[in-house]
Design a protein around this ligand. Structure first.
Ligand SMILES: C[S@@+](CC[C@H](N)C(=O)[O-])C[C@H]1O[C@@H](n2cnc3c(N)ncnc32)[C@H](O)[C@@H]1O
Length: 337
């Protein structure tokens, strides 16, 4: 992934430090809709549904960003490309400073090169496309025929623009475990990065996709070790080494303590409800209320999705990671401008 220009990284670090010290969320995930063009086997947000009354509008997202002042926002869902007013939403969340760092998470189905160029011009900093398998098995898992073929044309075409702001994200399941290195190779072939996270049963309440047998756990350990080596040699894996290794611990123990949902990150539902995390439906009207009512009782360790695995880290680890991975030299800054 592209390193971040020094001036923007400095603004992000100063915003992040302020959020960390004042218990404001570093990252806010806006679920722009709970409707989706796909119906993934591991997800609870599938299928096209009518939008509810009271759907937030672009101006509401602007107001929420000014109120919560996150360092980064995720525009997710459901499928965010179903929102006809997506461009207005992006315009509304971006401050003149370029903050918050804006990540669009999509299954890619409704994406085109034109939309990519328009959205990045408006300020989307990172485009994250979900890919569960390195071939047509992706279509079966997502119940979306032709999706893999579409991505196999779209993603390399976007990467060819050379902005280095496109990534794949792969939720590791029992089914795709044997294909994870091939998916990494696909990312390299397509000229993009990849980020791995772990399947959580919290969305579907099903252990069907969970990795639990000794043989599968061994394969996972070997695969993650290989991915760490590939990362050291060729790069293109966005996870820090410790979050990648942590995926094995998560599946082994079934839980990882120390979740910082509601404190370091939070979710806004399509109608403006505030949640600590997308896996729990307890809904509040302010982050203060989440901090008071939900956070002290939170003993959940049931997921290791990237947002959580990363933001559980200490302030110093995050700062060190951001400085070493994200901030770049004057030379690469010059190339970008
Ligand atoms: C809920 S989707 C919404 C954005 C978009 N529709 C997409 O497919 O990327 C965001 C991400 O959550 C992941 N996801 C869904 N269910 C999951 C689960 N049970 N465990 C881990 N990740 C999951 C998906 O693979 C996807 O990468």
């Amino acid at each position: 992934m592209k390193a971040i220009p020094f001036s923007r990284a400095a603004r992000m670090i100063s915003r992040g430090t302020w959020s960390f010290m004042t218990d404001r969320p570093l990252v806010v995930s806006f679920e722009l809709t709970h409707s989706c063009t796909a119906d993934c086997l591991h997800c609870d947000k599938g299928k096209i549904k009518p939008e509810p009354d009271g759907l937030l509008r672009a101006a509401d997202y602007g107001r929420l960003v000014r109120q919560l002042k996150p360092m980064a926002v995720q525009l997710s869902g459901g499928e965010p490309l179903l929102r006809k007013d997506l461009a207005e939403i992006v315009r509304a969340v971006k401050e003149p400073s370029g903050l918050p760092y804006t990540i669009l998470v999509s299954n890619g189905r409704l994406f085109t090169e034109e939309k990519y160029l328009a959205l990045r011009a408006l300020g989307v900093n990172q485009f994250s496309f979900s890919l569960d398998f390195p071939d047509e098995r992706h279509d079966g898992f997502r119940q979306s025929p032709g999706l893999y073929q579409h991505l196999s044309k779209l993603v390399p075409a976007l990467a060819a623009h050379g902005f280095d702001d496109v990534a794949l994200n792969t939720a590791i399941t029992r089914e795709n475990l044997p294909t994870l290195e091939d998916t990494y190779e696909r990312a390299r072939q397509w000229g993009v990065s990849i980020s791995y996270s772990a399947y959580t049963p919290l969305r579907t309440h099903s252990m069907e996709h969970y990795i639990s047998s000794t043989d599968d756990l061994d394969l996972l350990r070997r695969t993650l070790d290989n991915l760490l080596k590939l990362k050291a040699q060729y790069g293109r894996i966005a996870n820090s080494d410790w979050t990648l290794s942590g995926i094995h611990d998560f599946f082994l123990h079934g839980s990882i303590p120390g979740c910082t949902a509601g404190r370091r990150f939070m979710v806004i539902t399509p109608t403006g409800g505030m949640r600590a995390c997308s896996m729990y439906e307890d809904t509040f009207t302010s982050q203060k209320e989440i901090l008071k009512e939900w956070v002290p009782k939170n003993e959940c360790g049931g997921c290791y999705v990237s947002i959580r695995s990363y933001l559980d880290a200490s302030f110093w680890t995050l700062l060190k990671d951001n400085l070493s991975n994200r901030v770049f030299t004057k030379e690469s800054q010059a190339k970008q401008c």
